[in-house]
Design a protein around this ligand. Structure first.
Ligand SMILES: [Zn+2]
Length: 383
C-alpha cells in the first residue's frame, strides 16, 4: 500500500518539478518538496524495516548476525543515510520522520538482540554436544591377575589343616643329604633313594647337598626344635628327576603333615585323612588306606580317595575301581624318632604327604598336569 503511494509520489514529484519551473513561489515549492521528501523517506523506512527484519531472521550464525547488524544499523546503512537526510527537512516533518526512524531503529535493535540470544543459545548447545564426554561409555577395566591355581590350592589346604589345629611350617628348598635322606631312615645305599634320584648341587662334598625331593626334611627340622607335641603341615616346592607327563612334573608342590603326641594311633591318622578329604573335596568324596612301604613310617599306607570323575561308580581314570591314589602316610618310624632324639616309648605320631598339583588336578578334573606350568591364560583364568 505504502509502496503504491511511493510510486504515486514519484510521479507527483515529476509534476512538482514541472510546476517549479512554472514559477511557483519558492516557499510553496519548498513546502511541497518537503512533503514529497517526507513521504519518500517514510516509504524507504518501511521498505528498510521489512528487508532488515528478514535479513536478521535469516542470519544463521552469530557472525552472520553481526555482519547483518552492521549493514542495517552501521554508519553506511540506509538507516544512517535516512538519518542524515532528515536534517534537511522542515522541523515538523523532521519530527515525524525522526520518530518513525527511532521506532524502526528500536525495533531492529530488539530483533537483533532476540536473534543474538537465540543463536548463541543454539551455538552453545551445539558446542556442548560437540565437546560432550560420554560418561556412559564402557571402557575395558584394568586387567588384574589373580593367584595361580597351585597357590590357591595350597592356601586352601593350609586353611583346612589350620582349622584342625595345625600350624604351617616351612623349610629350605636346598637341603643336605642328612635332612633329605639319612634322618628319614634312608641311608646312602638304601634302594628307596632310587625313587628320588635327584638334583645334586656342587656345594661341599659330592652328593651332599641337593634340591629337596619332598617336604619331609621340614618334619625333621620341626622335631629337632624339640617342642612337643607337634601338629604341623609343611607345604612347599619339591624337585625330582621326573619326565613331565600328564601326571608328573619335575618341580611340584607337596604338603606334608606331622603329628607327634602321646597316645597317637593309626586310627587318628585314618580319621585325619578322612576329615581332610571331605573338607577339601566335598562330602561325596571319601578316603581309604592301602598297605604300602615308606622308609620313614611303619606301618605305611597309600591313601586313596573316591574317584572325583565318577564319584566311585568306576571309569577309565580310576581303572573302574572307583578310587584314585592321592598320597602316602604312616606312623612315624621309631628309627626317625631316635635320629632326632625323641623317645618313641613316650611319644608316637603319624605323617602324611601328597602333591598339591595332584589335589588341584583331581578336584578340578585337569586332564594333564602340565597345563599348570604352561602359563596359558585361557587355562589359568578359569580358576
Ligand atoms: Zn572313576
Amino acid at each position: 500500500m505504502m509502496n503504491g503511494c511511493g510510486d504515486g509520489n514519484d510521479m507527483e514529484m515529476g509534476a512538482v518539478s514541472g510546476q517549479s519551473q512554472d514559477g511557483l513561489m519558492s516557499r510553496e515549492k519548498s513546502a511541497l518538496e518537503g512533503l514529497v521528501e517526507k513521504e519518500r523517506l517514510l516509504d524507504e523506512l518501511f521498505k528498510l524495516e521489512e528487508e532488515a527484519s528478514r535479513a536478521i531472521a535469516r542470519a544463521s550464525s552469530s557472525k552472520a548476525l553481526a555482519e547483518t547488524a552492521t549493514a542495517v544499523l552501521g554508519k553506511r546503512s540506509t538507516l544512517s543515510t535516512i538519518h542524515r537526510q532528515v536534517a534537511s527537512l522542515q522541523p515538523e516533518e523532521r519530527k515525524e520522520i525522526g520518530q518513525r526512524l527511532n521506532e524502526v531503529r528500536q525495533k531492529l535493535d530488539e530483533l537483533i538482540a532476540e536473534k543474538r540470544e537465540s543463536l548463541s543459545a543454539h551455538e552453545r548447545e551445539e558446542q556442548l554436544e560437540a565437546e560432550r564426554m560420554d560418561l556412559t561409555e564402557i571402557t575395558p577395566s584394568f586387567l588384574r591377575g589373580h593367584l595361580h591355581l597351585v597357590t590357591l590350592t595350597q592356601m586352601e589346604l593350609e586353611d583346612v589343616f589350620v582349622g584342625m589345629g595345625y600350624k604351617v611350617a616351612e623349610g629350605p628348598e636346598i637341603e643336605t643329604d642328612w635332612y633329605n635322606f639319612e634322618a628319614l631312615n634312608i641311608p646312602p645305599d638304601h634302594p628307596a633313594r632310587g625313587m628320588w634320584d635327584t638334583f645334586y648341587l656342587e656345594v661341599g662334598e659330592p652328593e651332599s647337598v641337593l634340591l629337596r625331593t619332598h617336604t619331609s626334611p621340614v618334619q625333621i627340622r620341626l622335631m629337632l626344635e624339640g617342642e612337643l607335641p607337634i601338629y604341623a603341615v609343611a607345604p612347599g616346592k619339591c624337585y625330582r628327576r621326573d619326565t613331565a607327563d600328564a601326571r608328573h612334573i619335575p618341580i611340584f608342590h607337596q604338603i606334608e603333615g606331622l603329628v607327634v603326641d602321646r597316645g597317637i594311633t593309626f586310627g587318628d591318622l585314618a580319621g585325619t585323612i578322612e576329615t581332610f578329604t571331605t573338607a577339601y573335596f566335598g562330602p561325596r568324596i571319601h578316603s581309604r588306606l592301602r598297605p604300602s612301604y615308606f622308609p620313614f613310617t611303619e606301618p605305611s599306607a597309600e591313601f586313596e580317595i573316591t574317584c572325583t570323575i565318577c564319584t566311585g561308580k568306576g571309569c577309565r581314570t580310576c581303572s573302574d575301581t572307583g578310587w584314585v591314589e592321592l598320597g602316602g602316610c604312616g606312623m612315624v618310624d621309631p628309627a626317625v624318632f631316635s635320629a632326632v632324639g625323641i623317645d618313641s616309648e613316650e611319644w608316637s605320631g603319624f605323617a602324611f604327604g601328597f602333591g598339591i598339583e595332584r589335589c588341584a588336578q583331581m578336584r578340578h578334573q585337569i586332564a594333564d598336569l602340565r597345563a599348570l606350568i604352561e602359563n596359558d591364560i585361557r587355562f589359568l583364568e578359569q580358576f
